[in-house]
Design a protein around this ligand. Structure first.
Ligand SMILES: Cc1ncc(COP(=O)(O)OP(=O)(O)O)c(N)n1
Ligand SMILES: Cc1nc(C(=O)O)sc1CCOP(=O)(O)O
Ligand SMILES: [Mg+2]
Length: 508
């Protein structure tokens, strides 16, 4: 695995921002940071005294040395001190994208030094960024001040944020993260925006949390972009990298201290493990969603705090596609079962759900119905299991008011925090391993992430799903997850009775 990330940026003699912050933030996320220095700034906690641009020859010699031996998976670009530097870096990036066996992902954090905006106010600088660099950039991460300088859009509200982000996309960037640390909208909150045309067209995300009150925030921009770069190098999707970067900054701001007379640097800490440091995923129907003028989908009716499950540990969880299999599992003592049927007509479904609910009652077990929440309500099921894409067109209030439990699927940090908005009855993490039961391309989490998800969501019953077989079940259980959900490990076993008892033993 190539965990090399380069930072092409300026040195901050005060140690709080630039190259110095980048390497520390990258280190916190377990990637190796290499550097090509573009400027030697003379600064301390009171301000910037000088910016000494490094010559393009010296920058090039650093890039050539790295290219020969330590190619990067992700390149983070920070301060570029003049048009010549922008042109040089653009030429090199263009060569890497064309010639390297694996083209690097480019994260560009435009730096308008201090609050004066010096480096981004020259017209030729902005044109060089637009014309040469932006078409090569995968993710640009300006703060609101830098966004205004680059786009000319005055950021008075959410519509203006979107307009500016779309301008940056139209100039070639594949994704835009606008850091809201300097934006006080709504008052007392820090709201960040991301639009991603990188993997999927026009996916957008808003994150928010109450502003952390500290003057010691030097280096937050560089650190946030470096964490995004590090996470992308570790194959996190951008929406998860965005979440983790914000959580890391929140964690660092809470313990930041001063080292000189002036503003101290954001503290460089470690992978965020405290839920209180994570931002909120802002959604339609929430208070912050209303403040940001989100449209509420027609069939959606927000609800949170669903009925709890009897126990925090749901044990072996059989996911089956027929009433016949449901009964076989119940007969073997499986206490959590899900009816997951696809492609049946309405009349058949009604009957299947009615039978599944009756069997659950007969065996005193928790039967969840996948997808068909109206039928689950109609027949008084124990609970409903829904995916993230179901959330927009489900009347959650109806499920809650009927007293049904709600289980939610999550695939990564972003979806986990989104699900947390609804305080469901349990959270499922998947797909832990590759599976042939369902196309989970790009959504395989692995055990390392499961080890992070479980303690963050410790107030919920938790479930792991995807590619879990008898050999893997005990490893999965060691993460502390309260339940292991399987399809093929039971349905394709040579002897399902023996498989169920072996899985139960492995989990316990
Ligand atoms: C326990 C559990 N976890 C995740 C899923 C996946 O549900 P969903 O996202 O609704 O996808 P489909 O199962 O409908 O394809 C699940 N069913 N059970
Ligand atoms: C139905 C399902 N949902 C998943 C998710 O990650 O949301 S993975 C999955 C398939 C699980 O099947 P098996 O145990 O055969 O791998
Ligand atoms: Mg479903």
């Amino acid at each position: 695995m190539n965990n090399v990330v380069w930072t092409i940026a300026g040195s901050d003699s005060g140690g709080g921002a630039g190259i110095q912050a980048d390497i520390k933030a990258m280190q916190s996320f377990g990637v190796h940071g290499c550097t090509a220095i573009t400027a030697l700034t003379a600064q301390n906690s009171l301000g910037v005294e000088a910016i000494n641009a490094v010559s393009t020859d010296i920058i090039e010699s650093q890039l050539l040395a790295l290219e020969k031996d330590m190619k990067a998976k992700v390149i983070k670009i920070g301060m570029l001190a003049n048009v010549q530097q922008i042109q040089l870096i653009s030429e090199h990036i263009s060569h890497y994208k064309a010639k390297w066996p694996v083209p690097p992902v480019i994260v560009y954090d435009p730096v308008a030094i201090a609050s004066s905006g010096d480096l981004l106010t020259e017209e030729d600088t902005v044109s060089a960024i637009k014309e040469c660099l932006l078409p090569l950039v995968d993710v640009i991460t300006p703060n609101t001040h830098e966004t205004q300088l680059l786009t000319g859009v005055y950021l008075i509200g959410p519509a203006a944020i979107k307009e500016a982000a779309n301008k940056l996309l139209s100039w070639g960037a594949k994704a835009v993260v606008i850091k809201g640390g300097h934006w006080d909208y709504p008052s007392g909150y820090c709201i960040d925006y991301c639009i991603n045309n990188f993997t999927q067209k026009g996916e957008e995300y808003w994150l928010g949390n109450e502003k952390i009150q500290t003057p010691h925030n030097h280096g937050t921009g560089c650190s946030m972009a470096s964490v995004i770069a590090a996470c992308l190098a570790k194959d996190y999707p951008l929406k998860d990298a965005f979440i983790l970067a914000k959580a890391y900054i929140n964690q660092g701001l809470k313990v930041a201290v001063r080292y000189g007379e002036g503003i101290g640097p954001v503290a460089q800490t470690s992978f965020p493990t405290n839920l209180a440091d994570y931002p909120q995923v802002i959604e339609a129907g929430s208070w912050l969603g209303d403040e940001l003028d989100f449209d509420v989908p027609l069939d959606f009716n927000m609800a949170a705090d669903f009925a709890p499950c009897e126990s925090k540990s749901l044990g072996l969880y059989a996911v089956v596609d027929s009433v016949d299999w449901l009964e076989k599992c119940l007969q073997q003592g499986v206490k959590t079962v899900q009816l997951r049927v696809k492609n049946k007509d309405d009349a058949q479904l009604d009957e299947l759900v009615a039978k599944a609910v009756a069997l659950g009652e007969q065996y005193n077990a928790q039967v969840f119905i996948n997808d068909y929440w109206q039928l689950a309500i109609k027949h008084g099921a124990y609970g409903v299991h829904l995916g993230q894409q179901d959330l927009e067109n489900t009347n959650l209030a109806a499920i809650k008011n009927a007293g049904l439990r709600l289980g939610l699927s999550t695939h990564g940090f972003y979806e986990m925090l989104r699900a947390h908005n609804y305080r469901p009855s349990y959270l499922a993490f998947g797909a832990i391993y590759p599976t042939t039961t369902k196309d989970m391309t790009g959504q395989i989490q692995g055990l390392e992430k499961l080890f992070k998800f479980v303690p963050l969501m410790q107030s919920y019953p938790t479930v792991a799903i995807g590619g879990i077989d008898l050999k893997r079940a005990s490893q999965v259980a060691k993460t502390g997850v309260g339940s292991v959900a399987v399809v093929r490990a039971i349905s394709e076993a040579d002897d399902y009775v023996q498989a169920i008892s072996a899985l139960q033993a492995a989990i316990n």
